[in-house]
Design a protein. Structure first.
Length: 121
């Protein structure tokens, strides 16, 4: 018999003031359920299962949804999508050093949140 675990999530958000951009981070034991709970904000997601996800509103807000124990690879992957969304929001082609700074900043914020919640040492 499969045991169904109660849905759990931890949320945080941080601003990138110079770009007027907000990043919401959701750590969850069920990333699909976490995304479904955002349907009213982001629209309905219909493409099934995924390991993690980045979505944005088309404006100055992104959502990164990750499992509690997401590793650096998965965090960096979703953070890169977020960097691209920020660049689109700014109507910018980017600049290598700025892109790298944004990526490392977002990854560090997520890893710090994981540590705070006890999911990373």
């Amino acid at each position: 018999m499969k045991i169904i675990e109660k849905y759990k999530e931890h949320k945080t958000k941080f601003d990138i003031p110079v770009f007027l951009y907000t990043v919401n981070v959701i750590l969850s034991n069920d990333v699909v359920e976490a995304r479904e709970r955002l349907n009213t904000i982001l629209g309905r997601w219909v493409n099934g299962h995924f390991e993690a996800m980045h979505s944005n509103t088309g404006g100055g807000t992104s959502y990164i949804i990750l499992p509690f124990d997401a590793d650096g690879r998965l965090i960096a992957h979703e953070a890169f999508h977020c960097v691209l969304a920020i660049l689109r929001f700014l109507h910018s082609d980017g600049e290598e050093e700025l892109d790298a700074y944004l990526l490392s900043y977002i990854v560090e914020k997520i890893e710090s949140f994981q540590k705070k919640k006890g999911f990373r040492k």
